[in-house]
Design a protein around this ligand. Structure first.
Ligand code: SF4
Length: 80
């Protein structure tokens, strides 16, 4: 099954298409090898971070930034 991706490695945001063929991952649309590496990781081991904000009670500011320090396997990938 072909998967369409947007490479997030640099601001070019190349539109990639990746699919498994004969035991390998075939990637099209990447302008450089980093896009191939990104697509391969998205197909086999997609990692994510969480960034959010939390309400602060009695603080100087109403919100504080919060996020995960480590990357973790995309939970949607685990369910598929
Ligand atoms: S494929 Fe290369 S040029 Fe394109 S967005 Fe990814 S890193 Fe940038």
């Amino acid at each position: 099954m072909k998967k369409e991706l947007i490479c997030i490695v640099c601001p070019n945001s190349c539109e990639l298409a990746a699919e498994f063929k004969d035991g390998k991952i075939e990637v099209t649309g990447a302008l450089c090898k980093r896009g191939y590496q990104y697509a391969e990781q998205e197909m086999t081991n997609p990692m994510r971070t969480i960034a959010t904000s939390v309400l602060v009670e009695n603080g100087e500011l109403p919100l504080a930034l919060s996020g995960s320090q480590n990357r973790f396997l995309n939970p949607v990938f685990l369910m598929s």
